[in-house]
Design a protein around this ligand. Structure first.
Ligand code: ZN
Length: 225
């Protein structure tokens, strides 16, 4: 079914809401006008090690935080749509979407996914992939061990915490492919960097990365990456 039709039908029963303030908005809208005006576009140019490019839409701050929290809790139907659509738009604008064969969501450990019930990076991939016409490889990579919550750790400890946490289960899927790692939020870049390293050594020809939000360097927050 056409996405516009699907969303407008759904909105008849479950009104579409701004994922920041909860105001009712049009079925194809992302945030309400007031909240949109408060979002800070990300303009940084740094990229995590082992990646060829890094794209982010917004600076992670208190104005976008409620949308990320809703996405992680999976209770708001519009957080994945709003964040995913902005990310797809940015990837199209900066030309990265033309250079990508596959989307790779940052994997969660089996127990982590069982506990949450879903992987929020996969939700973003679904929206971005549909919008850009790029397939998602959900099972190519896996998180092979549990890690401590990154938000509880400093920069160096984060790096150690995710070391050897990922493995490529199906190298034939990514061999020779230009892949784009997608996550909801990037803090130090340790998780993305570790996954990028594994994907490169397993045969991906190029590894790019993107996240909906990126924290400003040095700013303390509750992001979990
Ligand atoms: Zn709002």
């Amino acid at each position: 079914m056409d996405i516009k039709l699907k969303r407008s039908l759904l909105a008849l029963f479950f009104p579409n809401r701004c994922p920041v303030c909860g105001a009712i908005i049009g079925s194809m809208e992302r945030f309400c006008i007031s909240c949109t005006g408060k979002l800070t576009p990300y303009t940084g140019t740094s990229r995590p090690p082992h990646t060829k490019s890094f794209t982010a839409c917004f600076v992670y701050d208190e104005n976008i935080r409620p949308a990320i929290m809703l996405l992680k809790r999976g209770v708001c139907g519009n957080a994945d749509y709003a964040l995913g659509m902005y990310l797809a738009e940015k990837l199209r604008e900066n030309g990265i979407s033309d250079r990508i064969d596959l989307l790779i969501p940052v994997p969660m450990s089996r127990s982590g996914k069982a506990e949450r019930g879903f992987n929020q990076s996969e939700l973003i991939c679904k929206v971005v992939g549909r919008e850009l016409g790029i397939p998602t490889a959900r099972s190519a990579a896996a998180k092979i061990r549990s890690t401590l919550p990154q938000k509880s750790l400093g920069r160096m400890s984060r790096r150690v915490n995710v070391r050897n946490a990922f493995s490529v289960r199906k190298p034939e899927i990514i061999a020779g492919k230009r892949v784009l790692i997608i996550d909801d939020i990037c803090t130090t870049g340790s998780t993305i960097s570790e996954l990028a390293k594994v994907l490169s050594s397993s045969g991906a020809s190029e590894v790019h990365a993107a996240s909906c939000c990126r924290t400003q360097a040095g700013r303390k927050n509750n992001a979990s990456l």
